[in-house]
Design a protein around this ligand. Structure first.
Ligand code: HEC
Ligand code: HEC
Length: 345
């Protein structure tokens, strides 16, 4: 009889322990522990289908090599320096590595600039690599216009999206298998955690109790979570603004324009960092732009921003365009207001 009680007791303890392990809260109190759980893990536990590029193992060493490749274009492997991905660019010329919005469901260029200002980060044509692991669609919207059929294979595949950008956006070469792996490990490291989504205590609590939820409640929770971050970034190409619609800086916010100029244009053009055109905050740069404002040419702000340039043969450098989501028409007007200001220095 005593033996019987003993075994029941051991059995119950076992069940309690295993339950507390599958629960996100374990024993540390609710929010603190679910906060550091990955978004991916939570979605899978709720029954969502896994990401196509799901990575089941993570290797810190590989992630470090991936970060080198992203920042510098090369890394060290077996004591040897690897070959650069591109002679012209590194990924961080066009992509940030950190968060770009307080609210991760937003893609508003105004909110993005606000965030860039308050966190001292660049304001670039490409979307951030922060949370890119959790996206499911790439080169969306009008990118098909620029890269044609190349985009078809990259729309749903992170691997192909990386390769498209290594070869075409950065005018380089496709990555070798180990390089691609390394970059993906870095992306995994930079994945979204529950705490990044700023969910309400209430919702977190419901997620934490997922084991008691019915299938339809789980589906509903997945929907709630997915509303709080972007699975993809939209991309709308705009034409060069018609001359009669241009406001030439009137009513524009020059302070905002200055931030755009410094955080975006100068990111590549200061000291000819990624290009032959050297720009600064002086009056010569200002005058060059003012002189060309009314034109339809590469030197007109209205055109260069919306079209960028195309790589010419013999010179594989080009300037990526800004979609509507990466720079609004109002922001261009702010930039023009600033350019006019410095031209009068
Ligand atoms: C000259 C600019 C430039 C460089 C350099 C560059 N990219 Fe991009 N990349 C872009 C643009 C523009 C897009 C368009 C879509 C977006 O990011 O929203 C893009 C998109 C991507 C996407 C898809 C993102 C999404 O959410 O749709 C991936 C992945 C990517 N790049 C990886 C890389 C990697 C890895 C490197 C470095 C080897 C790199 N890129 C270098 C400009 C660049
Ligand atoms: C990601 C890097 C990058 C950013 C950011 C960038 N540019 Fe460029 N830009 C380039 C490159 C590279 C070229 C050279 C293109 C070529 O040689 O075809 C260029 C060329 C230009 C040209 C000259 C076109 C010509 O006729 O030769 C102008 C003007 C220009 N950029 C303005 C800007 C302005 C204004 C901004 C900010 C709104 C900006 N750029 C942001 C990389 C960048």
């Amino acid at each position: 009889m005593i033996k019987y009680f003993f075994y029941t007791f051991v059995g119950l303890c076992f069940i309690t322990i295993s339950l507390s392990f599958t629960d996100f809260s374990s024993n540390k109190g609710l929010t603190s522990s679910i906060d550091s759980v990955s978004l991916e893990e939570v979605l899978i536990k709720l029954g969502d289908s896994p990401l196509l590029h799901q990575m089941k193992d993570f290797d810190e060493e590989k992630a470090k090599m991936g970060e080198d490749i992203i920042r510098d274009g090369f890394t060290k492997r077996n004591g040897k320096k690897s070959k650069r991905i591109s002679k012209f660019f590194v990924c961080t010329d066009c992509h940030n590595l950190t968060r770009e919005f307080d609210d991760l469901s937003s893609e508003s260029p105004e909110k993005r600039l606000e965030y860039a200002k308050s966190h001292s980060i660049p304001f670039l044509q490409g979307s951030t690599f922060f949370g890119i692991y959790n996206r499911t669609k790439f080169y969306n919207g009008d990118y098909k216009k620029k890269y044609g059929e190349l985009v078809d294979g990259a729309r749903d595949s992170l691997d192909n999206a990386i390769q498209l950008c290594a070869e075409y956006c950065s005018s380089g070469r496709p990555m070798l298998d180990w390089e691609l792996e390394a970059v993906k490990h870095y992306f995994k490291k930079n994945e979204l955690l529950m705490k990044d989504l700023n969910l309400s205590e209430d919702l977190l609590e419901r997620i934490n109790q997922y084991q008691n939820a019915t299938d339809s409640e789980k589906k509903e929770l997945i929907g709630q979570i997915k509303k709080r971050y972007r699975q993809f970034y939209s991309a709308t190409f705009l034409p060069t603004m018609d001359r009669d619609k241009r406001k030439y800086g009137e009513g524009g916010d020059a302070e905002n324009g200055k931030a755009i100029y410094n955080k975006s244009c100068l990111h590549c053009h200061a000291y000819k960092r990624a290009t032959n055109l050297s720009l600064d905050n002086g009056k010569l740069s200002g005058r060059m732009f003012v002189k060309n404002l009314e034109n339809y040419s590469d030197k007109s702000l209205y055109q260069i921003i919306r079209w960028g340039t195309y790589a010419k043969t013999g010179r594989k450098q080009y300037m990526p365009l800004y979609t509507k989501e990466k720079m609004s028409d109002e922001q261009i007007n702010d930039l023009v207001a600033y350019i006019k200001q410095i031209s009068k220095k």
